[in-house]
Design a protein around this ligand. Structure first.
Ligand code: AHG
Ligand code: MN
Ligand code: MN
Ligand code: MN
Length: 337
């Protein structure tokens, strides 16, 4: 139990004290990320005033148009994490693994991140976020390669996101529940505002991009159509729908009041050789870890996301996560088909 108002820094140090023999390296990685998120919060809140909106005129490795802020936030993360506490980094915005410069000591943690999630929202002044996942580098590895990042989500030692909305919030799990910290700009600290958050098992709210409906697999068609039939249909209740187009915002809403978030596999993706929309290592795994730690479930519509064996840094996967009973229902429909 922590007192509401405990700073993220105090929280990290208290957690470190519980581990005899801890070197402080892991705490430093979390602090580096928190610093980067504070900087990104400042940048996003200034927005158009400092000319950071709009496209950068380039594409990332996945063929997505890069926004100026995709590149700026990636640089902020690299700078903060280049202090010698991490071993290597991987990001949505970098084709390959980023190894720290030679003059910087190497830590033992591999950090993957989505520096700006929902970046198309930047230009329209709607919520965006940063997502991160931390795993251990394999023993004895000095210059980690992509192969060292190929660890299932169950190996994560921490994961979190920072939501830049009306307020900036850092949401963190180290495998012992989920805590939320709100940035108090007056003192420059993230302060604990919600402890051990739990997702209600039942919900009446779903989030899916319905514009892709005609491409969905039959079990997904069935699930959403049953939700849409409302109180008259087999579910016997009216559902509400939300779509912010930022996974961070959707998952934050689900942690706050329940819900299910779906980005499914579909026939259009299949035809173009894509295995999903969201990325396993810096979107699906960290969010899956957080959701599970809050009592929810995270699957591909068939199997548990965190047990997937990654094969590529930028691998995409279908995602179904949130309120336990709803995720079980969707996953059941797919496995019975
Ligand atoms: P990113 O901005 O990091 O590339 O991620 C965008 C992702 C995710 O956050 C969101 O849920 C989804 O893409 C939005 O998809 P649509 O464009 O289909 O709305
Ligand atoms: Mn992107
Ligand atoms: Mn993203
Ligand atoms: Mn992104």
């Amino acid at each position: 139990m922590y007192q509401i108002g405990t700073t993220l820094t105090q929280f990290i140090l208290e957690e470190q004290r519980k581990h005899t023999g801890a070197t402080g390296e892991f705490s430093c990685v979390l602090n580096d990320i928190a610093l980067a998120c504070k900087k990104i919060a400042a940048l996003t809140s200034k927005g158009d005033l400092i000319g950071v909106l709009g496209s950068a005129g380039s594409e990332n490795v996945q063929g997505e148009e890069q926004k100026k802020m995709d590149i700026i936030t990636n640089d902020v993360m690299i700078e903060a994490l280049s202090r010698g506490h991490a071993a290597a980094l991987a990001s949505e915005e970098m084709d390959e693994v980023y190894n720290l410069p030679g003059n910087v000591p190497r830590g033992h943690y591999l950090v993957t991140f989505d520096p700006l999630d929902g970046s198309s929202n930047m230009d329209v002044n709607v919520s965006v976020g940063t997502i991160f996942s931390i795993i251990k580098a394999p023993e004895g590895v000095e210059n980690p390669t992509a192969a060292d990042f190929m660890q299932p989500g169950t190996k994560q030692v921490a994961a979190g996101y920072c939501l830049y909305g009306p307020s900036a919030m850092m949401v963190l799990t180290t495998g012992k529940g989920v805590n939320m910290f709100t940035l108090d700009k007056d003192c420059g600290e993230f302060l604990l505002t919600r402890e051990d958050v739990k997702i209600p098992a039942d919900t009446k709210e779903f989030a899916i991009n319905v514009s892709n409906q005609r491409y969905w697999e039959p079990p997904m068609q069935r699930y959403i159509s049953e939700c849409l039939q409302g109180v008259e249909g087999p579910r016997g209740k009216d559902f509400n729908m939300r779509w912010v187009a930022s996974m961070v915002a959707e998952i934050h809403r689900i942690l706050t009041r329940g819900g299910i978030f779906i980005y499914p596999m579909d026939s259009k993706m299949k035809a173009s050789g894509k295995t999903g929309k969201l990325r396993l290592l810096y979107e699906a795994n960290p969010m899956g870890f957080i959701v599970e730690q809050a009592g929810g479930l995270a699957t591909t519509a068939y199997t548990r996301i965190m047990e997937l064996q990654p094969t590529d840094l930028h691998q995409r996967v279908p995602v179904v996560m949130g309120s336990r009973n709803e995720v079980e229902l969707v996953t059941g429909y797919h496995n019975q088909a």
